[in-house]
Design a protein around this ligand. Structure first.
Ligand SMILES: *[C@@H]1O[C@H](CO)[C@@H](O)[C@H](O)[C@H]1NC(C)=O
Ligand SMILES: *[C@@H]1O[C@H](CO)[C@@H](O)[C@H](O)[C@H]1NC(C)=O
Ligand SMILES: *[C@@H]1O[C@H](CO)[C@@H](O)[C@H](O)[C@H]1NC(C)=O
Ligand SMILES: *[C@@H]1O[C@H](CO)[C@@H](O)[C@H](O)[C@H]1NC(C)=O
Length: 322
């Protein structure tokens, strides 16, 4: 036991110079020096948590000179007795692990499974012969998955898309005086209701908490129905087909591209603990929304203008070609 050895040292010192012992803890015993890491943030979706503890002045090359203890608050997690080469592990923390060979290099960090690693203060106490030191590290969990601003954008764009879709639907009903019972209006309104419902359910699953399986299903639920506006372009512009064919084709193609980005974004983010490619998903969603906005502008203000211009140019062309 290092403590036994330390006592041996103090006996030796006191026999050589008795007055040394008075000031012994302060002068004869050098302290171990710790790298000053007082807090660590673990992610909620990690399986393991590493609580750092680095000693910068370990001198021994022999683990028999070492003694290490980790505590959570005042309950012991793990004790490594180098002299006896034994571990004592609390049953409350039976996933706790340290690397004996790393301690000689000054790394006394503790690894725990996430379910055993509660937020709070962990104390690492290291003894090397008569030298000792300790450090307390505060463990906190930080939100995982998308950042706050990314989450906000991911939620806002599908809702905007659906709002713009309904605005277009209202214009269609009024402007083209569509019979509410014809096939086009039925297709548009039932799809619209379906998308709205799926998006709301998805949002409820997606919004609360950190990364989890439920949340990732919520995200899929939430953004997948954005494929429907791509197909609905056809139904929206059908009555004016021919005149607005170009606009319809452009809207469909751009929105299909947006949907491809969304699917690619989902693929690379949905199972990631800390996704790097959130912007891919968000740009796909933004394109969807933008096209719906352009569709609305086109329907309300541009279509009559474009149609007028087209008719005029067709008129000029026919005049020119005689
Ligand atoms: C452990 O800490 C709690 C408060 O955090 C204190 O009430 C208790 O007496 C302590 N137990 C021991 C054995 O030090
Ligand atoms: C850890 O302890 C729990 C109960 O406290 C027990 O069910 C589990 O099997 C133990 N795991 C290991 C690896 O010993
Ligand atoms: C220290 O050890 C822990 C695990 O015990 C490991 O995760 C970490 O990377 C090590 N640090 C260095 C600097 O090697
Ligand atoms: C951890 O320690 C810090 C500072 O030493 C203290 O402010 C905080 O209350 C402690 N937290 C817990 C959960 O004991």
């Amino acid at each position: 036991m290092p403590l036994r050895r330390a006592k041996g040292w103090s006996l030796l010192i006191s026999s050589i110079c008795p007055w040394c012992l008075l000031s012994w803890p302060f002068e004869c015993s050098a302290q171990l020096i710790f790298k000053n890491i007082n807090s660590v943030a673990a992610r909620d979706c990690d399986k393991f948590v590493v609580i750092p503890c680095y000693v910068s002045n370990i001198e021994t090359q022999d683990t028999r000179d070492l003694h290490l203890n980790w505590k959570f608050g005042n309950t012991s997690i793990l004790t490594f007795d180098g002299y006896e080469n034994k571990y004592f592990r609390s049953p409350l923390f039976n996933s706790s692990k340290i690397s004996t060979s790393d301690i000689l290099k000054g790394n006394a960090s503790l690894t725990l499974k996430k379910n055993e690693a509660k937020e709070g203060n962990y104390t690492c106490t290291v003894t090397e012969l008569s030298r000792e030191g300790k450090i307390t590290v505060n463990l906190k969990y930080q939100a995982s998955w998308f950042s706050l601003s990314e989450t906000i954008l991911i939620i806002i764009f599908p809702f905007l898309t659906i709002l713009l879709f309904w605005a277009q639907f209202a214009i269609l009903l009024r402007k083209y005086k569509s019979n509410p019972m014809n096939k086009k209006t039925i297709v548009l309104s039932t799809s619209g209701i379906l998308i709205t419902m799926i998006i709301i359910i998805g949002a409820i699953l997606f919004i609360p908490g950190n990364y989890s399986k439920t949340k990732s299903y919520g995200l899929i639920f939430f953004v997948s129905p954005t494929v429907m506006p791509v197909f609905l372009q056809y139904y929206k512009f059908k009555p004016a087909i021919g005149r607005t064919l170009h606009a319809m084709i452009i809207f469909t193609v751009v929105q299909a591209l947006g949907f491809v980005l969304i699917m690619a974004g989902l693929y690379v983010t949905v199972t990631e603990c800390a996704p790097k490619y959130g912007p891919l998903l968000i740009s796909g969603l933004a394109i969807m929304t933008l096209v719906e906005l352009l569709g609305l502008i086109y329907m309300k203000w541009l279509a009559p203008l474009v149609v007028g211009l087209l008719e005029q140019s067709v008129c000029y062309l026919s005049l020119l070609t005689g």
